[in-house]
Design a protein. Structure first.
Ligand code: CP
Length: 302
């Protein structure tokens, strides 16, 4: 993985994903080791973020690396009209690795093609979010004791949800059984479904969330991505399509966990938070260990 960019989850092999998960387990036991001293990590966020940016920065800081970058492109020379090409070429002079979030699909691939240092895609529009997928795999393995043969139910915005796209593609390598719950307008894109068909796996579609819950090992809730809608009226129609309430978990398997990449808006009510099935805040914490594993693998330190 040394010196390679991580733009799509498929840029790394299944064996490499599993190495990252094993390494993340080591970091979870001992997250504060100064093995990245002398390295500089740049975080360029052209779109808002709390978890991805701060967990990458926390991961790097615990390992002794310095962090530079911006959380708002309007404070950078992008505001003056600087191109992505020029921004990346400039920042690569100041850093060993660039973590970038950008609203445009394909922007991270483009950055990786012009950059002399590795690029980690921290989300490119509605396309992919591969470091989130690795922490989701980590959270699934940690809570279920395995990655194979998981019944996973994805709920909400399956069309624009980049975390859903990357995770479905990854789970096609682990014989997952997929259940999809979404409004008709927000179904999974056909290119992602094609991965399921190519892997000869089963998937089921529902409009009623309660119908899917009893079969589920992992309930993966998602936010309706308001910022991706060109027509606000279309967003208003679907914004509260699926809301998970604690009472709806009565029929769930005891071992089921609720995941959500966060942020949530209305799709999980706060009474779910106290239920032992709620795992979304621990999932966000796992992001630090998994991102430590990603950074050290790409920098060739582990
Ligand atoms: N999961 C995730 O990408 O969260 P942020 O948008 O807060 O980074």
């Amino acid at each position: 993985m040394k010196n390679r960019s991580l733009v799509s989850i498929e840029d790394f092999s299944k064996e490499e994903w599993l190495k990252i998960l094993d390494l993340a387990e080591e970091f979870e036991k001992n997250p504060k080791q100064r093995i990245l001293e002398g390295n500089v990590i740049a975080t360029l966020f052209f779109e808002p973020s709390t978890r991805t940016r701060l967990s990458f920065e926390s991961a790097a800081s615990y390992l002794g690396a310095k962090v530079i970058g911006f959380s708002d492109a309007s404070s950078s020379s992008v505001k003056k009209g600087e191109s992505l090409n020029d921004t990346i070429l400039t920042v690569s002079n100041y850093s060993d690795i660039i973590v970038m979030r950008h609203p445009r699909e394909g922007s991270a691939r483009y950055a990786s093609e012009v950059s002399p240092v590795p690029i980690i895609n921290a989300g490119d529009g509605a396309n992919q979010h591969p470091s989130q997928t690795l922490l989701d795999l980590y959270s699934i393995r940690k809570t279920q004791g395995r990655l194979d043969n998981i019944h996973i139910t994805f709920v909400g915005d399956l069309k624009y949800g980049r975390t859903v796209h990357s995770l479905v593609i990854a789970l096609c390598n682990f014989n997952a059984i997929f259940h999809f719950v979404s409004p008709p307008e927000l179904k999974l894109p056909s290119y992602v479904k094609r991965h399921i068909k190519d892997a000869k796996l089963r998937y089921y579609q529902y409009t009623d969330l309660t119908e899917a819950i009893p079969k589920t090992d992992i309930l993966y809730m998602t936010r309706i991505q308001k910022e991706r809608f060109s027509d606000p009226i279309e967003y208003e129609k679907v914004k509260n399509a699926y809301i998970l309430r604690n009472s709806m978990l009565e029929e769930a398997k005891e071992s089921m966990k609720v995941l959500h990449p966060l942020p949530r808006v209305n799709e999980i009510t706060q009474d779910v938070d106290a239920n032992p099935m709620a795992y979304y805040f621990q999932q966000a914490q796992n992001g630090v260990y998994v991102r430590q594993a990603i950074l050290t693998s790409i920098l060739g330190v582990k």
